[in-house]
Design a protein around this ligand. Sequence first.
Ligand code: KG4
Ligand code: ZN
Length: 345
Amino acid sequence: MLVLGIETSCDETAASVVEDGRRMLSNVVSSQIDIHKKYGGVVPELASRKHLETINFVIEQALSQAGCSFKELDGIAVTNGPGLVASLLIGLANAKAIAYAFELPLIGVNHIEGHIFSNFLKHPENKFKTEKLLPPFIALVVSGGHSDLVFVEDYGKYELLGRTRDDAVGESFDKVAKLLRLGYPGGPVIDEISRKGNAEAIKFPLAHMKDDSLDFSFSGLKTAVVNFVKNHKLPTEPQSIADIAACFQRAAIKALVENTFCAIEEKRTKKLVLGGGVASNSHLRDVFKNRAEKNGIELYYPPPALCTDNAAMIGCVGYYKMDYSVDRPFKSLEAEANLELESWN
Ligand code: KG4
Ligand code: ZN
């Protein structure tokens, strides 16, 4: 079964043809980073205009790299939330037009679900045997917009165990990087310079709640970094910047690990998957790997190209929703900025 996935929820215009849910025949991503960089974050109006300019070309490329035509497709899967509404609408309008013209089923996909399912995709750089990965498992989705801890009982059967009460973890990486004048997006550069930093130099608060919940809170950690810089002035020596970055990163990731392993214990599962842009962080991967090995947990995470936004993960969810005959209400499918992760199985 061939599904065309389309993703335009934020600042990547992406299309991909996925065969039988797990095999990518193409994966085309056009990033807008260069446009938004100078503003230090995504500018919604510029994002939707760029999606509009790029989307037809990206879809054509995805089909031509996969060696197939619209007529050979079995369905269209498109992200309909959460995300920037004007950006989501560009993907959705295109997907509706293609589905209508070629009489194909149209499947709306939740972006968070896409990040979880990116772990099912085969990729030459993926050292995990993705065909072995089956639910149930715990999923941690960490991106620029989300920090969600989810129990995936089965395909399409979800229980949200924890989420951020304020900033998303990727957002806090971006804000701290801006404060340290490291540019945008902040995650990759903090990851890089933290390797040279002393992660013990400053004690920042951990980013989880003090109550019994598995929720996160990254705004307190961010404020602690802001106050530290205010009180000590922004250092000029690269070593001091690297120390601040490393201590921030350590505190952010420690909370993610602690809550995730509590969730694993609570649900008595032995499998864990990571997804979203922050899942490509090298310190995060090391810490999760160590902890998983110690606890006998099977750990999966996608290669960096599938951690950040892409359309293959959307095509993958689309395949499973078609396989499970989920309703496809063509007319009522709308873009929803705050779409919640809902079970469909
Ligand atoms: O999943 P994604 O591409 O988009 C959203 O759905 O938000 O994630 C983008 C986020 C950005 O905040 C970026 O700074 C962060 O992922 N990120 C990283 C790394 N690479 C990307 N954060 C930490 N370490 C990285 N290596
Ligand atoms: Zn994302």
